[in-house]
Ligand binder design. Structure first.
Ligand SMILES: Cc1ncc(COP(=O)(O)O)c(C=O)c1O
Length: 401
């Protein structure tokens, strides 16, 4: 056994989160794609079976009340709240992240002071945010200003209405400075909207502590909600009375069953709701959040950093010189929970890794992504992934330049 293998074993023994792994359905592959689709918690199928047979099959329409279906969006929002550092009553679950980006960006322009006509958008954003912000800008008479997150303070000015930023970059795994950038946005009198898809469940977000205005995120990555599980919208309590949704569906009405022709928004985060909630996905997500009971996000972050440090160390020790370079920052303060390696022939390399039981993914043309979900990935996994990667790289010559 090599030194690194021995260290991995010792680190796994010391790891206080290691027992959580058995809560998930996993096999002997090394699953490093939880930043795309989290693994299935073992108890979720039985819970879904109960929802299908008892709540839908037997109770049918009664379940909207008796099984708590109607209030699921805000109830599940309150389960997500502690993971992202929010007090109860500020998060509502539903729709996709894309739809919530639309709600948040338009609502942000409506919260901003009159006369401001610019929406600053992370220039390296996940594409959907950029597409939707651009459409929202056209609809609301704003113009988009693409800007690298680090350059936001210099780009802010009296014309800035809203700023849409990613907490962690989906490609590089870079963690952006949410506290500092939010403060800069506020100093310019603008409204900060954060996309938490790649940070929620992987590291502390501190929405309330850092005064974030609006935020969105998905639940199928580090929150393990299942494929296409509903996203969420955070509306800080201080903005709720003025939050003016561009999608004021009937389920966000103050009295939805009055069926009045005029719209009157409900109080609280509930006004971020739109239509009938997708109950099956939503209740799968609710059940999957049970794995967080008693788990502190600081412990998750500490393990995430230790795992990604260890993986980078193993890659440096094993991989043939010059075949891969990390595009993920080495500094902890700038790193999310994934490692992205630039590799000229990323596509065949990832295919070979997957064939050998190490599942990551890639972002074309040349980025290998390895997501580390601290709830179920261990140090031996990290070591094995780096060893198999080195084997694959050694066996396949680098493509001719
Ligand atoms: C950062 C980020 N924002 C938005 C999305 C889009 O989410 P959805 O497809 O659920 O709308 C994703 C999806 O992976 C993402 O990574």
């Amino acid at each position: 056994m090599s030194d690194l293998q021995e260290r991995a074993q010792a680190l796994d023994i010391e790891d206080g989160l290691a027992p959580l792994r058995k809560l998930f359905t996993l096999d002997d592959t090394v699953y490093l794609d939880g930043n795309s689709l989290g693994a299935l918690p073992r108890h979720v199928p039985a819970r879904l079976q109960e929802v299908l047979t008892r709540e839908w099959g037997e109770l049918r329409i009664r379940s909207w009340d008796e099984s708590g279906w109607w209030t699921a969006p805000e109830r599940i929002g309150d389960r997500i709240a502690p993971v992202v550092g929010a007090a109860a009553g500020q998060i509502v679950v539903g729709d996709s992240t894309s739809v919530n980006v639309f709600k948040a960006v338009v609502a942000a322009t409506r919260l901003a002071p009159e006369g401001r006509d610019e929406i600053l958008v992370d220039a390296s954003t996940f594409p959907t945010d950029g597409y939707i912000a651009e459409s929202a800008a056209r609809m609301t008479g704003h113009r988009i200003v693409p800007v690298a997150p680090a350059d936001v303070p210099g780009a802010l000015g009296p014309r800035s209405a809203a700023v849409l930023l990613n907490h962690v970059d989906y490609r590089s795994g870079r963690l952006h400075d949410l506290p500092g950038l939010t403060a800069a946005v506020h100093a310019a009198g603008a409204v900060a909207v954060w996309d938490l898809c790649h940070s929620a469940g992987a590291l502390p977000v501190g929405l309330d502590a850092h005064g974030v205005d609006l935020a969105v995120g998905c639940t199928y990555k580090y929150l393990n909600g299942g494929p296409g599980s509903p996203a969420y919208l955070y509306v800080a309590a201080r903005h709720q009375a003025a939050f003016d949704s561009p999608l004021p569906g009937w389920t966000s009405h103050a009295d939805p069953f009055a069926m009045t022709p005029g719209y009157a928004p409900a109080d609280g985060a509930v006004r971020g709701r739109v239509g009938t909630p997708d109950i099956l996905s939503m209740l799968a997500l609710e059940a999957s959040l049970d794995v967080w009971d008693g788990v502190g996000i600081d412990a998750v972050r500490a393990k995430s950093l230790a795992l990604t440090d260890f993986f980078l160390e193993c890659v440096a020790a094993y991989a043939p010189e010059g075949r891969v370079t990390s595009v993920t920052p080495a500094a902890h303060a700038e790193r999310g929970s994934q490692v992205a390696l630039r590799c000229e022939d990323a596509e065949p390399v990832m295919a070979a890794l997957i064939a050998r039981g190490v599942v990551g993914d890639l972002r074309r043309p040349d980025v290998l992504r390895f997501g580390f979900t601290p709830l179920y990935v261990g140090f031996a996994d990290a070591e094995r992934a780096a060893r198999v990667l080195a084997d694959v790289l050694t066996g396949s010559a680098a493509p001719a330049a």
